[in-house]
Design a protein around this ligand. Structure first.
Ligand code: KG4
Ligand code: ZN
Length: 337
């Protein structure tokens, strides 16, 4: 019989609950964002995030169960993000999951948020092990060779900022409203990617490590140069900077992906994380996959960004691999895969 799991996610600024079946059917996936709450602060404020999770989590669970048409007693398990992330939010999710597990007697499975992202292609596209995963979000940037639900090999990653963070910071530098990623992508569509020659950091170094903070500094310098020369930024300048920046990020990620596929050849290249929404990046990665004779899988956007369906799914996979957690399940701010 196919298992049905409740998933709970609260590690950053999305409060989410989902009900997912072992056959990959997502019966419900509720995501309540907090962008408005943090808008005035230029970033996620951990204390505000934790309070909002504590207020909304049970309502999200109730809504997910109701949309799925499933009662708690019909479930086979409860999966919860136990880290890494902002500890107050993770604690709120873990405490709720423990309460539900005790109240119902259902098995409890603590899930690594990154494993949730990394296993998403199996939920959406039934991708077989092994595969290469590029996880690119606001907080993460790494290549993972995925060989099983608990078998991840990290091939490399950013040594400073994550690409999403760079998109957000570039938006801020150019006076473009948040969320930076989608807005910078939109501006880039109107821009000329060749007008400014921004650096491609670490391409001269072997391996899969990446760096994005120098790119941000180059953009700051270019902005200041233009402001000094012409007294401000024209709309076209902004668009051209965005296009040049996006091209540089895509070039770096594409070349490093090429190397990752050479180090750990795999029949499938998959992406996840919010930055995987970027169309220029998707096209560049698709081309790299084609060159290497690999299939390319990019989950739908709502499953690329933070959600609880991926947590429920990772919970099902871990449960099938024998994982069971008790009331000693810890919320972990840091938890490398
Ligand atoms: O995975 P996610 O929802 O949250 C975590 O960081 O865990 O990713 C959000 C990040 C943000 O930095 C956002 O600017 C970036 O993904 N992002 C994009 C695009 N859409 C979202 N970056 C580039 N292009 C996009 N279209
Ligand atoms: Zn995430």
């Amino acid at each position: 019989m196919s298992l049905t799991f409740l998933g709970i996610e609260s590690s950053c600024d999305d409060t989410a609950a989902a009900v997912v079946r072992e056959d990959g059917t997502i019966l419900a996936s509720v995501v309540a964002g907090q962008t408005d709450l943090h808008a005035d602060f230029g970033g996620v404020v951990p204390e505000i995030a934790a309070r909002a999770h504590a207020e909304k989590l049970d309502l999200c669970v109730e809504q997910a169960l109701s949309e799925a048409g499933v009662a708690l007693r019909d479930l086979d398990g409860i999966a919860v993000t136990a880290g890494p992330g902002l500890i107050g939010g993770v604690l709120a999710g873990v405490m709720l999951a423990k309460g539900l597990a005790v109240g119902t007697g259902l098995p409890l499975v603590g899930v690594n948020h990154l494993a949730g992202h990394a296993l998403t292609p199996r939920l959406t596209d039934q991708v077989a092990y092994p595969y290469l995963m590029l996880l690119v979000s606001g907080g993460h940037c790494q290549f993972l060779s995925v060989s099983g639900p608990e078998d991840f090999t990290r091939l490399g990653g950013t040594i400073d900022d994550a690409p999403g963070e760079a998109f957000d910071k570039v938006a801020k530098l150019l006076g473009i409203p948040q969320p930076g990623g989608p807005m910078v992508e939109e501006a880039a569509q109107r821009g000329n990617p060749k007008r400014f020659a921004f650096p491609r950091p670490l391409l001269d170094r072997p391996g899969c490590d990446m760096s994005f903070s120098g790119l941000k500094t180059a953009i700051l310098r270019q902005r200041d140069e233009l402001v000094a020369a012409q007294g401000g930024l024209h709309e076209q300048d902004r668009d051209d900077i965005c296009a040049g920046f996006q091209a540089a990020v895509a070039d770096v990620l594409a070349e490093k992906t090429r190397r990752a596929l050479a180090i750990a050849p795999a029949p499938t290249l998959a992406v996840a994380g919010g930055v995987a929404a970027n169309q220029t990046l998707r096209a560049a990665l698709q081309a790299v996959a084609a060159e290497a004779g690999a299939a390319f899988v990019a989950p739908p956007l709502r499953l690329c960004t933070d959600n609880a369906a991926m947590i429920a799914w990772a919970g099902i996979e871990a449960y099938n691999a024998g994982q069971r957690d008790g009331l000693d399940l810890m919320a972990r701010p840091r938890w490398p895969l």
